[in-house]
Design a protein around this ligand. Sequence first.
Ligand code: UDP
Ligand code: MG
Length: 310
Amino acid sequence: MAESTLSIVVPIYNEEANIAELSRRLAQLSFPEMKSVEFILVNDGSRDQSLSMLQDLANKDPRFKIIDLSRNFGHQLAITAGMNEATGDACVVMDGDLQDPPETVPELVAKWKEGYDIVYAVREKRDGESWFKLATAKLFYRLLQRITNVEIPVDTGDFRLIDRKVLDVLKEMPEKHRFIRGMVAWSGFRSAPVYYHREKRFAGATKYTFRKMLTFSLHGITSFSTYPLKIVSGLGFVVSLIGFLYLFYVIGLAIFTDETVQGWASLMVIVLFLGGVQLLSLGVIGEYLGRINEEVKGRPNYIIREKINF
Ligand code: UDP
Ligand code: MG
């Protein structure tokens, strides 16, 4: 194992204010037991000075390798691009805003040396996140755990170390809508947690808007569970049952009494309710269908404009 190599993948999207500090702290890390370390920084279509800063970095220090994507492909695909180019026996993925402290990486490596194939970093404390983000994240992971059969550890992001074995499995999963933390858990290899203190963003603002977070959660659910489809069929069953019982009631009234059911209001309620249920169901099916459509086209997941120092 003394001969092993390490890759550290960092996605970069408009992080000009963080790159200097990030590279300084990365370059300072020492891994006495490693033969070599490479830092793969993936520029995900930044519109600020990030790319030229990365280029400078690569010119000065050959350990820094740059992948420049042709446009913004999103966090998960940027990570994927980096992992696909990684050559290490182990690969660490971490954010570029220093929320994942580089100093935790040696701890991940130590755990890996103990024989674990996946070492995920669990945030013990989270600074500088809104209560809304914390609450929705918690709710989402609870929900996901209930409706899927993969054990995705709670309170982890994508900050983790994976062994070459896991990396090779991920490479065989060509899906476009990637929920990497789920895919890693799905691979089922031996895993262990390492606890860390998640800091505030060093500089700049989050690139994950509420909308992006929502889409990301939907990817997570649809790529690991068909539970929403089951809810839809369950709903259909319940509504039919109610309709059926109501039918008996109406027929009973007609046969055994002189009353007739009052018309307009009840009809309207039923029509609107049914219409709503049907549209909702179509929407759920549509979510899956849209994703099938995007996968089936088989376009490349990302496009690389340039690679530096590879
Ligand atoms: N990121 C990216 N592409 C995107 C959005 C984000 O490469 O479209 C990178 C970003 O530069 C950062 C990491 O993904 O290194 C995490 O993003 P961010 O810190 O904005 O997310 P948060 O920590 O707020 O969830
Ligand atoms: Mg962040």
